[in-house]
Design a protein around this ligand. Structure first.
Ligand code: NAD
Length: 438
């Protein structure tokens, strides 16, 4: 279902009218493409408070050219190291650093604030570091022009390299207002091959015949993975066509089958490196009108099958050390949504699964577990949403437009990167900083 309002605002009368009426003017987002793979400008590094991070070598490898004098020009990225902010006084350094340059950040530019973990023994440090969260989210809501603002909490710049590379690139065009902890014990960070980080790896994507899953399969294949496209038997033709195009294989299987995990394991005797739980369904009704079957079918596809197959593939050792699990939540699971008690419950369940399993899966299997939580993404699922709610979903976010399947796919690819071992237990919203939910 095309976004006609978005197209209208790109015409001269549309621009004129929407400006006169004070209506949202969604910016043209700079997404990754082979011929426009980096941000269009330099990176300005800034600091607030004393910092112990060795950031310079990492920033030098993340993409945009680092230029400490870029504030005078139009930086396409600003990285503010606020890890040394310990109290309200040093917090003023955040204002002092960004206030003079925020106006000059290029359209579709990136601001990344770096914070430190909250120190439970120091409530002044905790207050000042937590303040960065409110600051980041507020700046994301006011900055406009397709610019994004995110906060990364870290202790080791090297372990955060893949995260910074993602956030400081066009791949994160629809990720804003997020707080990402890069605090897990990363293990050795493999040498970066930003071009094909998944070369030699096998990835399985459920529900990959169309929509977000198909985009995930394409993006992981672009990054070098051998992809297994899993979908229900009814979607076999689309699954096979996509798998053929990507040089992968198709696996037709209903993920709710009791033995789905064992069948996947049997299909992959050589093991699996990336498991993307993307298959999902909606069966909307208000609770008063919801028969038990609508409840159970949604919980079964969206949550129970994710738990079952994850358990089976970890137990069978199919997921190799260094493996990555990326599950699909939703902002409906964070904020709730009328008519979606079943769906909201299933997607909140994904968040619980990720938070509980992540530390154990990393310690026992060397596998990270994270989730993406899409907001309004233009797919067949959202095309079926009633017009008024669809328009609200598209417009009620800081970027004033819906996301594309590729936005979720790029976020999944970052989490699947072998260099993302320090990113664990995170739920990252891909929602253009939707106004719904936290
Ligand atoms: P979609 O309906 O376009 O595609 C879902 C795919 O999953 C289909 O190919 C379908 O055949 C497959 N599938 C469904 N049940 C299955 C089963 N039992 N076994 C195997 N495959 C099965 O949906 P989408 O919009 O691409 O959404 C993908 C994921 O993202 C879902 O988990 C969804 O809940 C989530 N999500 C989507 C949005 C959005 O705005 N589109 C927002 C938040 C979350």
């Amino acid at each position: 279902m095309p976004d006609r309002y978005l197209s209208f605002t790109r015409t001269a009368p549309g621009r004129f009218l929407t400006r006169r009426l004070g209506l949202p003017q969604p910016a043209a987002l700079h997404r990754w493409s082979p011929d426009r793979s980096a941000l269009d400008g330099p990176l300005l590094p800034l600091t607030a408070g004393p910092s112990a991070l060795d950031l310079a070598p990492v920033l030098a490898r993340t993409g945009p050219a680092v230029d400490p004098a870029a504030g005078a020009a139009r930086p396409a990225a600003v990285v503010l190291d606020a890890t040394g902010v310990r109290d309200v006084d040093t917090l003023a350094g955040v204002h002092a650093a960004l206030h003079p340059v925020v106006r000059s950040v290029a359209p579709s530019g990136r601001i990344v604030v770096l914070g430190a973990p909250l120190d439970p023994a120091d409530h002044h440090q905790s207050a000042a570091q937590q303040a960065l969260e409110g600051f980041t989210r507020s700046l994301g809501k006011e900055i406009g022009g397709g610019r994004t603002v995110n906060l990364v909490r870290l202790t080791d710049a090297g372990a955060a390299e893949s995260t910074l590379r993602f956030l400081l690139s066009p791949r994160s065009a629809y990720v804003s207002g997020q707080v990402i902890d890069v605090l897990a014990a990363a293990g050795p960070v493999p040498p970066a091959d930003p071009g094909r980080p998944l070369a030699g790896r096998t990835a399985l994507v459920t529900g990959a015949a169309r929509g977000i899953g198909a985009a995930v399969a394409e993006t992981l294949a672009r990054d070098g993975a051998r992809v297994v496209v899993l979908d229900v038997p009814q979607a076999a033709q689309d699954a096979r066509r996509l798998a053929d195009r990507l040089g992968g294989t198709a696996l037709t299987l209903d993920i709710t089958a009791a033995d789905a995990g064992e069948r996947i394991a049997a299909e992959l005797p050589g093991g699996l490196d990336v498991l993307v739980h993307n298959a999902g369904v909606t069966r909307d009704r208000r609770l008063v009108n919801m028969p038990a079957e609508r409840w159970s079918s949604v919980l079964d596809v969206n949550l129970a099958s994710v738990l079952r197959t994850t358990d089976a593939l970890l137990a069978e050792g199919t997921l190799r050390p260094g493996g990555r699990i990326v599950a699909t939540a939703s902002i409906a699971g964070l904020a709730g949504n009328a008519g979606q008690t079943n769906y909201g419950a299933s997607k909140a369940g994904i968040v619980g699964l990720v938070r509980s399993l992540a530390p154990r899966a990393l310690a026992e299997h060397g596998v990270t577990v994270n989730a993406v939580a899409p907001g309004f993404i233009e797919t067949r699922m959202t095309a079926a949403v009633p017009l008024f709610i669809r328009e609200a979903g598209r417009r009620m976010n800081s970027l004033a437009q819906g996301g594309l399947p590729v936005d979720v796919a790029e976020t999944t690819a970052w989490l699947a990167d072998p260099a993302s071992g320090a990113v664990n237990g995170q739920v990252v919203r891909v929602c253009g900083q939707s106004l719904l939910g936290a």
